[in-house]
Ligand binder design. Structure first.
Ligand SMILES: Nc1ncnc2c1ncn2[C@@H]1O[C@H](COP(=O)(O)OP(=O)(O)OP(=O)(O)O)[C@@H](O)[C@H]1O
Length: 260
């Protein structure tokens, strides 16, 4: 049985009108993402990765083609709170505690006090930050702040998690650990993940599907279904299969640059 697509993009185009002329940020993007997949988007700066995520989130309006999110228009999906969004910088409010930050979307959505408390506790446990509820962001390391920002995006239990280079600013050891934790979290929550990265090993390690993009105009140059098993210890990165997928991603990136 094939899972029903949660994200379906067909001939998606987006051209920004700028003072320097039109910028074709997305060109003829076709992509189906099934429920529960972990999809990474990789490509050089300016190839439209963030723009695609923002289209899914209903924050940009495509100029052509169609896009459905959980069977709805992106705008409807945004209103239905179908996704959580994690940004490159943790973006926590410094004047709120970690618990206060996670509680914020729940306050906006009008959850009851007991429900807010339950969800804050639950998501803090999910990202391994139990006990840090009353700390302020500046009291946490960069990796912990990013985990808190993931908890905030998970707090209202949306079926889709959009992550725009969430670990880009972290050192490699912290990033490795968060990658491992993210896979466990994905396994536990069964959410559909859309994840932007510049790192080939990160994309290969995390994903069930890797979307390779090329710039000017932003197109998909390859879509790779990962042959790696779901269970992924970090040393899987030394395996032949891993190296082969990484090689194919690199080739896709190179081919995209040559065409552009
Ligand atoms: N609001 C906007 N107005 C005009 N041009 C924009 C706007 N947003 C993005 N662009 C342009 O669209 C193109 C795609 O940008 P986007 O941020 O999606 O790329 P990206 O692949 O996410 O890049 P990076 O890896 O650097 O984050 C770029 O050329 C960018 O300058």
């Amino acid at each position: 049985m094939t899972a029903q697509p949660v994200i379906r993009a067909k001939d998606l185009n987006l051209t920004f009108q700028t003072n320097d002329g039109p910028v074709h940020a997305l060109k003829d993007v076709d992509l189906d993402v099934s429920k529960g997949e972990f999809v990474s988007f990789i490509g050089p700066s300016g190839c439209g990765k963030t723009t695609f995520l923002r289209c899914v989130a209903g924050l940009e309006t495509p100029t052509g083609g169609s896009l459905t999110v959980d069977g709805m228009t992106p705008d409807e999906a945004r209103k239905a709170r179908a996704y959580g969004y994690v940004f490159q910088a943790a973006g926590l409010y410094p004047w709120r505690t970690i618990g206060g930050n996670i509680r914020l979307p729940l306050e906006i959505m009008g959850y009851s006090s007991s429900e807010k408390a339950r969800r804050v506790k639950e998501t803090l446990e999910l990202v391994d930050l139990a006990g840090f509820e009353k700390k302020y962001p500046w009291q946490l390391s960069g990796g912990m702040q990013q985990r808190a920002s993931i908890a905030r995006a998970l707090s209202f239990d949306a079926p889709i998690l959009l992550m725009d280079e969430p670990f880009g600013a972290l050192d490699e050891i912290v990033r490795d650990r968060l990658n491992e934790e993210l896979l466990k979290l994905w396994d536990r929550t069964q959410k559909t993940m859309l994840f932007v990265t510049h790192s080939i090993p990160e994309a290969v390690y995390l994903s069930t599907k890797i979307v390779v993009m090329s710039p000017r105009p932003g197109r998909i140059s390859d879509v790779i279904d990962s042959p790696l098993p779901k269970e992924r210890p970090l040393d899987i990165r030394d395996s032949r299969e891993f190296i082969e997928v990484a090689h194919r991603v690199r080739e896709g990136l190179r081919a995209g640059m040559e065409v552009a």
